[in-house]
Structures are given as structure tokens and as C-alpha cells.
Write a protein that binds this ligand. Structure first.
Ligand code: HDE
Length: 688
């Protein structure tokens, strides 16, 4: 592996988690094949038979062991978030949080904590496409010296429902419909929208789901949110309510819908490949951890209930303070052993961090432990290497399926005298976990709080905060999704519901999906929250991917200079031509094509550069070039043209203008192109 920047995770200073995992790594290279009992195997291609053409014998222990193991290779996929991808990394604290929490990994500037982060899609099965319109899971397991802390969040700061009891209903409605198991990894179907219209607390989340946030470019360019309100508690026992954020260093960027759908076919693994490749290349993804804090006594100061997971805390009202950086710097050795067997649980907290009474969070505290029992086959999953804390753990829990450790001694109960009453509890003053002593009182009641009843104000706030092109994308997404709904009644219900967010939005959807434009009472919410828009995010060229399209006879000096400038700007370059291998350029120079027009696709790049030249079949070459250029144009991405390929501008729908960079005498072609790349999309472009 070539890790060119950041900490080298394979260097001499391996962190505690890596050292622990190393003990479990097995390299089979160069070894002799054995059974699981370590008996050397003399033949692995034929089963044991009575005669060369005779029946197979039951005594073939090698055959039986091999087939039996194979038969049991699968474990149940996650009920939700089945499709995911993970990487190892570290968290470095920049701001000491001692004033707020006793959690040790949040104390002491420079404190470094190993972690394991899994990104996921929610709706699709394990083998579904990466680029579906969906919420992304963003789950981080910190291996702290106080034990494991899991921040199991999403890339959208709010949720569909307010109470965990509705989660099975939400997921049943979202997953493929049970009678025909269609559609895979998509919310564009009747039951999902029927659920939405009949559970209107989903309105705010749906606005996010229909926005560009639900089609992130990759995992490196999306935000993460803890969603729920948690508590930080300091040494004096004083609590602050807290919401957690992850802010990607490369900014928040998304695909366009047409592109996302096409990528799904061209490369179902687009986002996992991106994460794997960038880590292998040493361009480690980085995210800053942010916190929003509210004093315990200010709980009721807001026009929303801070326990309601369908509400966010606008950053303009409660600022996000950035306190540390997560760097993902090592790919897994084995996806099953690590990414599949990792067991996150929002209930995995450490002293100094506690829950709130958010009824969605409270239900999650039950669900994750419960689901792991089935998925990982019993109660000993904490012993699986990826789930082990880096500090020792001791208690009187014993036995169960696949127990790994060998607890010695005769005592497995508390209290005892035979083992000097150990393992013994740790007093709170010495680091024992203490639950926050919140005062609670009330009647036993199965009902929601009226303070959770406003379902539309924040959806409206989100809408008000969008740039015009973001609003258009939301209208387009609704038109697509609701347009796929067969039931006219459901389509009408959805349109009527979103009247409560914006009358123009509702009218546009109504027209697109062929239902009545409802009479809407205009929303009284006029505020906006600029932080909700992706418009003012970070724009840098690092890690973008360019396809340079060339054929024989291309101008080697122009392309040579461009490749150098792009690499200097941290951009990855693929040379795409008719065939893989040598392409002959001017001045006797050559370039090596690593992709062909067939193996690559314009949707897999952030930009294409038409670099000139041709092939023995110029008509075919031109048609390939046109296809790449047109598609890139349509997705608002920058396009570069060398002088000799500028004639394509006239032969395609491209117009010179924003994001179309043409080599011209006296202009600095390379830096103009790199600057355009950094901008990534030119929404002002009229593509029709
Ligand atoms: Fe989850 N969720 N969830 N969830 N969730 C699971 O746990 C559940 C919710 C989230 O990469 C499951 O191990 C309930 C909110 C992530 O392994 C399951 C409720 C948020 C992941 C489960 C919620 C999440 C899961 C499935 C409503 C954002 C993937 C397999 C009360 C804050 C973690 C598993 C990974 C996974 C239950 C709602 C995030 C079934 C009951 C809100 C990122 O236990």
C-alpha cells in the first residue's frame, strides 16, 4: 500500500486497535492446506469414492467439512443498512471538552483514539447499488480507554418518525413491496408514499430525502449527524444537551439524479470503490467532529422540542463548535470479518456521555443489541475482533454460542467471597459509569407529547434555505418518486401534505404527477438557515477524477502539461482511448491509456477533457468523444477542450460558457481547467 500522506497506519506507531487486530490476522500465503483439525490434505479436487466411477463415501471428512462450512457461510444481512462499507481510522481532539464531559477521549488536546467507521445505504439489500436515492448511515465506533463509544448516525440530521414503535412500519413500507419484492433500493413506490402521507411527522425528513443530500457523490463528501439529542456530563455532574455533527473537509457534494441512476448500472460499487481507492492512494478522508450544546436549564427555550428527532437545531441559533478530526487511513483486511461483523449500538456509551428521553433513541437502545443476537449468532459478539474494546473487560457473563475466551476459576457470580468479591464494581469517582440523575415524574401513558405536533415548520425552513437549483432538484425528485406511485389517491395525498411546506412545491408536483392542485394556506415560516444549503460548501480540486480522452496523433505537449498540473492539484487522471495501451502522440511521444471508451463511462468522472487525436476509425472515435462530452455537459460538470478538439463544441449540444474551458492562445489552459474542476458543477448552464 502506498500511503503518501497523513499517519501511516502500518508504520511503527500502530494504535492499540490495530495491534489487537494484528493478533487475529492469518496469512495463508505459502502454507500447506489442512482441515480445521490441522490434518494435512493430500487432494482437494476429487471427493473420496468407491471406485473411480463409484459413489462418494460418507467417511470423506474433508469433503464434508469443506461443504458444511460453505453451506453456513452466510449470516443474515442487516434488516436496514445492509449495504455498507467501512474503514479504520483515528480521531484527534483539537479542543478539550473537560468543562462539559468526563469522557476521556474528549479530554486533552491531541488525544488520539482509534476508530472504525461504516457508511451504508438504508433501504437496499446487501448487493444493491451504491447510488440509490437514500439516507446514508454514518456509524463510528471509537475504541476509547473507557470502553467502546458508538456514534451511530446518518447523513441527514432528522428522521422520518418520532417514536421507535413506528420503525417496523416505516421499514416495511420502505422495503420492496412484499407481494412482488419490487422495487429494490428505492422509495419510488406506493407503500412508501402511502406511509409518508399517513404519518405526516415524516415531512421534514422527506424534504431532505428529496434533496441532493440523498444522492451524495461519495462517502467522503457528506456530512454526518448523531440525529438524537444526547447529554454530556462533566465531573461536577452538570449536564449539557448535545447534538453531534461530522463536517467533511472536502465539502458536501452530490450527484445529479440522472447520473446517479446511470452509475448504478455502470458501477454498482461506485461509492465503496471510491472509499477504498482514495484510502489506498493515501488521500485519507477527513471529517471534523462538531458539537452543538444547550444548557440543561435552556431545554424549553426553543420553538421545537429538543427531544423530537424530526427537528434540527438551526446552526445559526445553536452554533456548531468543531472539536476534533477523524481521519480514515486504513482499509479493512477482510470485509466479512470487519465490516460485516461489526456491531454498532447507540447504547454503547462511555462515562461522561448519556442519553436523552428522545423516544426514538430510547427504542434504538433496545433494538441494536437484540438484532445482533440474531445476526451474529448469540450473545458473544463482543468477542469478535472488530467489536472488542481495546481495554480489558471482565464480568460474570458466561458461555453461549461461540464463546472465545476461557474464563478461569470457579467463581462466576456476584457477590462472592471466594474471589475476594471480584470482578468488583468501580465507584463513580474512580470512573464507574453513572447514569445522569434526571428527575422524572408523570403518569404511565401511551401518547405523544403535544410539543412534537408541529410537522411542517422545519420542512419549510429547509425549503426556504435552498438555492434555486436545489429547489428545482427537490421538485424533480418528488416528480420522479411520486410519479412512480400507481395509486392516484396516494399521489393526491402526498401533494396535499406538501402544501403545508410550500404551495409552489405542491403545485409543481401536482402538475407532474397528474393530480389536482390543492388550495394551500401559505406557510407563515419565512426564516431560512443558510447552513442547510450545500451552496456555500468547500470547493477544492483534490481527489477529483478526470478522464482525458485521446487518440493517436494527440498533442503530447498540451496533454503532458495538463496531466502534470492536474496531478499537482491532487486530481486523479485516467487516460481513455480506443484500446488499452500505447497511444501515439505528436513529437514521437506516447501516452498509456488505462481505460477505453467501453470500460470507462463519463458518469464515473468529475470531468472529461477532450484531448484530440483520432483512431483508425475516425467516425467511431468521434461518436465516442461526443457521447462522453454530451453526457458530461448534461450533468453540469466542467469540460476541457484542447485547441484541436474544440470543434466538438459545434458538433455537440455544448455551448461555450460556464465550465467549458477551451485552450486558447495566451490563456492559462491548465489553471483555468483546474479552477473549473474545483467548482464541480455549473448549475447556471442551460443544458437544453
Ligand atoms: Fe438504526 N438500526 N434504527 N437508525 N441504524 C440498525 O442495527 C433502528 C435509526 C443506523 O453500519 C440495525 O446492527 C430502530 C436512526 C445506522 O452497522 C437495527 C430505529 C439512525 C445503522 C436498527 C432506528 C439510525 C443502523 C440494523 C428507530 C440515525 C447501521 C442492523 C428507533 C441516527 C450501522 C443493526 C452499521 C442499523 C434499528 C433508527 C442509524 C435493526 C429500531 C434515527 C447507521 O437494530
Amino acid at each position: 500500500m502506498n500511503h503518501s500522506k497523513g499517519n501511516n497506519p502500518n508504520g511503527p506507531n500502530k494504535n492499540a486497535k490495530q495491534q489487537q487486530l494484528d493478533a487475529y490476522r492469518v496469512n495463508n500465503f505459502g502454507t500447506r492446506m489442512t482441515t480445521n483439525q490441522s490434518v494435512k490434505i493430500s487432494g482437494d479436487e476429487n471427493s473420496l469414492k468407491a471406485g473411480l466411477r463409484g459413489p462418494t463415501l460418507l467417511e470423506d471428512f474433508h469433503l464434508r467439512e469443506k461443504i458444511t462450512h460453505f453451506d453456513h457461510e452466510r449470516i443474515p444481512e442487516r434488516v436496514v443498512h445492509a449495504r455498507g462499507y467501512a474503514a479504520h481510522g483515528e480521531f484527534v481532539l483539537h479542543k478539550c471538552m473537560k468543562a462539559y464531559t468526563t469522557a476521556k477521549f474528549l479530554q486533552g488536546v491531541g488525544k488520539t483514539t482509534p476508530l472504525f467507521t461504516r457508511f451504508s445505504n438504508v433501504a437496499g439489500s446487501k448487493g444493491s447499488i451504491d447510488t440509490a436515492r437514500d439516507v446514508r448511515g454514518f456509524a463510528v465506533k471509537f475504541y476509547t480507554e473507557d470502553g467502546n463509544y458508538d456514534l451511530v448516525g446518518n447523513n441527514i440530521p432528522v428522521f422520518f418518525i418520532q417514536d421507535a414503535i413506528k420503525f417496523p412500519d416505516l421499514i416495511h413500507a420502505t422495503k420492496p413491496e412484499p407481494h412482488n419484492e419490487i422495487p429494490q433500493a428505492s422509495t419510488a413506490h406506493d407503500t412508501f408514499w402511502d406511509f409518508v402521507a399517513n404519518n405526516q411527522e415524516s415531512a421534514h425528513m422527506i424534504m431532505w430525502l428529496m434533496s441532493d443530500r440523498a444522492i451524495p457523490t461519495n462517502f467522503r463528501k457528506m456530512e454526518g449527524f448523531g440525529v438524537h439529542t444526547f447529554r454530556l456530563i462533566n465531573a461536577e455532574g452538570k449536564a449539557h444537551f448535545v447534538k453531534f455533527h461530522w463536517k467533511p473537509k472536502l465539502g458536501v457534494h452530490s450527484l445529479v439524479w440522472d447520473e446517479a441512476q446511470k452509475i448504478g448500472g455502470k458501477d454498482a460499487d461506485f461509492q465503496r470503490r471510491d472509499l477504498w481507492n482514495t484510502i489506498e492512494a493515501g488521500s485519507y478522508p477527513e471529517y471534523e467532529l462538531g458539537v452543538q450544546l444547550i444548557k440543561e436549564e435552556d431545554e424549553f427555550m426553543f420553538d421545537f422540542d429538543i427531544l423530537d428527532a424530526t427537528k434540527l437545531w438551526p446552526e445559526e441559533i445553536v452554533p456548531v463548535e468543531r472539536i476534533g478530526t477523524m481521519t480514515l487511513n486504513r482499509n479493512v483486511d477482510n470485509v466479512f470479518a470487519e465490516s460485516e461483523q461489526v456491531a454498532y449500538h447507540p447504547g454503547n456509551v462511555v462515562p461522561g456521555i448519556d442519553f436523552s428521553n428522545d423516544p426514538l433513541l430510547q427504542g434504538r437502545l433496545f433494538s441494536y443489541l437484540d438484532t445482533q443476537l440474531l445476526r451474529l449468532g448469540g450473545p458473544n459478539f463482543a468477542e469478535i475482533p472488530i467489536n472488542r474494546p481495546v481495554c480489558p473487560f471482565h464480568n460474570n457473563q458466561r458461555d453461549g454460542f461461540s464463546r472465545q475466551r476461557i474464563d478461569v476459576g470457579q467463581v462466576s457470580y456476584h457477590k462472592n467471597s471466594l474471589a475476594d468479591n471480584t470482578p468488583s464494581p468501580t465507584p463513580v469517582e474512580e470512573g464507574g459509569y453513572e447514569h445522569y440523575q434526571e428527575r422524572v415524574e408523570g403518569h404511565v401513558i401511551r401518547a405523544g407529547s403535544p410539543s412534537f405536533d408541529d410537522h411542517f415548520s422545519q420542512g419549510r425552513l429547509f425549503w426556504n434555505s435552498m438555492a434555486p437549483y436545489e429547489k428545482q432538484h427537490i421538485i424533480d425528485a418528488f416528480s420522479f418518486e411520486v410519479g412512480k406511485v400507481q395509486s392516484k389517491s396516494v399521489r393526491q395525498q402526498v401533494v396535499d401534505m406538501f402544501c403545508n411546506v410550500d404551495s409552489g412545491l405542491a403545485a409543481n408536483i401536482a402538475t407532474a404527477v397528474g393530480v389536482k392542485r390543492p388550495e394551500c394556506t401559505p406557510s407563515s415560516v419565512t426564516e431560512s438557515s443558510p447552513a442547510l444549503s450545500m451552496k456555500d460548501t468547500v470547493y477544492v480540486p483534490e481527489t477529483l477524477k478526470v478522464a482525458i480522452l485521446i487518440g493517436d496523433g494527440f498533442d503530447s505537449s498540451v496533454i503532458g502539461k495538463m496531466v502534470k498540473s492536474l496531478r499537482n492539484a491532487g486530481v486523479t487522471v485516467d487516460i481513455v482511448s480506443n484500446t488499452i495501451g500505447t497511444v501515439r502522440g505528436s513529437h514521437g511521444k506516447t501516452a498509456m491509456a488505462n481505460q477505453t471508451f467501453l470500460t470507462a463511462s463519463p458518469v464515473l468522472y468529475d470531468s472529461v477533457l477532450a484531448g484530440g487525436g483520432t483512431s483508425s476509425n475516425p467516425a467511431e472515435f468521434d461518436s465516442n468523444m461526443k457521447n462522453y462530452i454530451e453526457e458530461t455537459w448534461k450533468h453540469y460538470k466542467p469540460i476541457g477542450f484542447t485547441k484541436e478538439s474544440a470543434y466538438f463544441i459545434k458538433n455537440t449540444s455544448v455551448h461555450e460558457g460556464p465550465g467549458v474551458i477551451v485552450e486558447k492562445a495566451g490563456s492559462d489552459f491548465e489553471s483555468s481547467y483546474v479552477n473549473a474542476l474545483a467548482k464541480q458543477r455549473f448549475w447556471e448552464r442551460n443544458i437544453y
